[in-house]
Design a protein around this ligand. Structure first.
Ligand SMILES: Cc1ncc(COP(=O)(O)O)c(C=O)c1O
Length: 383
């Protein structure tokens, strides 16, 4: 199938990502927020989001778009979907988990934290025993792909425990939704958040909450803010199809086109296969150059990969980054706290041919940085 390609510098980042030309050109219109065409578009977007999750309104689920980046929707769930006086358990193995706990603390929500190393998975028995010991915990949150490192958390297994113990389950699937298919119902998810500019390959501007209607319906009046109230946003959309406040109309036009292109590609399964192919091409090529991944192979996903800095005095990340940028490739700095790493994203409108070009550029840059002009860097790379 011939898919639209982008002509811009490829973004090997966690987002915003490379988007297709057709997604970008879909924005070249001005639609009024109360225009029936826009209202129909929003309705179709909401339906398609449920479709991707494998659920529907008939099955008791809702998709609620919220203005702002992904963090705003995460904060909307934290600040409006936890009953006042109840606690949140945050499972943390990276910066996004830390951020979620911080949000809860800012809103005065009593927060219990289970913290793990950024290259380790959560301990499921500890999740269970923590919930058993504390009936005040109403909700459990975890990142799906912790984009800090690229590790994939066992959201299904955690969901089983959370449901068994009768608590609510909140998954931050910002960087995975749309390309990492999973059984939404089987994972017992009450709330999932992702954004317009990740694996669905739209442009930044809004995020969305996919949730069980029964859970959301119970939250009326719980919100600690006015604008981040998921229940009020949902009720507004249900009553007249409109957003309560100015919607990102252009980002919605782009997102609708992105959803059509996702369907054309074959849905989340096929998109995941393309990203996986990018990832496999990347780790094979980076391995040949001598780079080592931060997360063990069996724990990392195919969304984004953290590579340790080479253990050579001549390696300087800023110079490496700039030289790649000059050659037309954008990579990303690292975010883990216990190792010097950089990250390369495999998501967005990118193909293995783009990854192969990036690998060629990395080889050239390394040999220009390395005074001995060796192509293969040292493999014992931690420093
Ligand atoms: C897992 C995860 N959570 C939250 C965020 C924050 O999203 P945003 O930067 O759109 O606010 C990101 C961004 O990459 C992410 O990957």
């Amino acid at each position: 199938m011939s898919l639209p390609r982008a002509n811009d510098k490829p973004l090997f980042t966690p987002g915003p990502l490379t988007t297709s030309r057709t997604v970008k050109t879909a924005m070249l219109r001005d639609l009024g927020s109360r225009d029936t065409e826009f209202i129909d578009l929003v309705r179709d977007v909401r339906r398609r989001l449920l479709d991707i999750a494998g659920v529907s309104q008939e099955k008791g689920y809702e998709a609620v778009p919220m203005q702002g980046s992904g963090t705003f929707s995460l904060e909307a769930v934290v600040s409006s979907c936890i009953q006042p006086g109840k606690k949140l358990l945050v499972i943390i193995n990276g910066a996004y988990g830390e951020r979620l706990a911080k949000m809860a603390q800012i809103h005065g929500i009593d927060t219990v934290v289970l913290r793990y190393k950024e290259c380790d998975l959560p301990d499921l028995s500890e999740v269970r025993s923590t919930l058993e010991a504390d009936p005040g915990i109403a909700m459990v949150s975890v990142c799906h792909c912790e984009t800090t490192s690229g590790i994939m958390n066992p959201i299904h297994e955690i969901g089983q425990i959370v449901a068994e113990l009768g608590r609510q389950y909140f998954v931050d699937s910002m960087s995975a939704f749309g390309a990492a298919p999973f059984d939404f119902e089987g994972a017992h998810i009450d709330y999932l958040v992702s954004s317009s500019n990740k694996c669905i390959e739209g442009v930044p501007g809004f995020a969305f909450v996919i949730c069980k209607r029964e859970s959301l319906a119970a939250t009326e009046g719980w919100s600690r803010t006015m604008s981040l109230d998921v229940h009020a946003q949902w009720k507004g959309l249900e009553s007249n199809g409109q957003f309560r406040f100015t919607p990102p109309t252009h980002a919605f036009l782009a997102f609708h086109q992105a959803l059509v292109e996702l369907e054309l590609e074959g849905g989340a399964e096929e998109r995941g296969s393309r990203y996986r192919a990018n990832y496999e091409c990347l780790i094979e090529g980076m391995g040949k150059l001598g780079f080592e991944e931060y997360v063990a192979r069996e724990l990392q996903g195919y969304i984004i990969t953290s590579f340790r800095y080479p253990a050579h005095d001549w390696f300087d990340f800023d110079r490496f980054y700039d030289a790649l940028n000059d050659r037309g490739f954008v990579i990303y700095p690292g975010k883990v706290s216990d190792a010097d790493c950089f990250r390369i994203g495999n998501i967005g409108r990118l193909f293995t041919s783009d990854v192969a070009s990036l690998l060629g550029a990395i080889r050239d840059v390394l040999s220009s940085m390395n005074p001995d002009r060796e192509e293969h860097i040292s493999t014992s790379v931690t420093r």
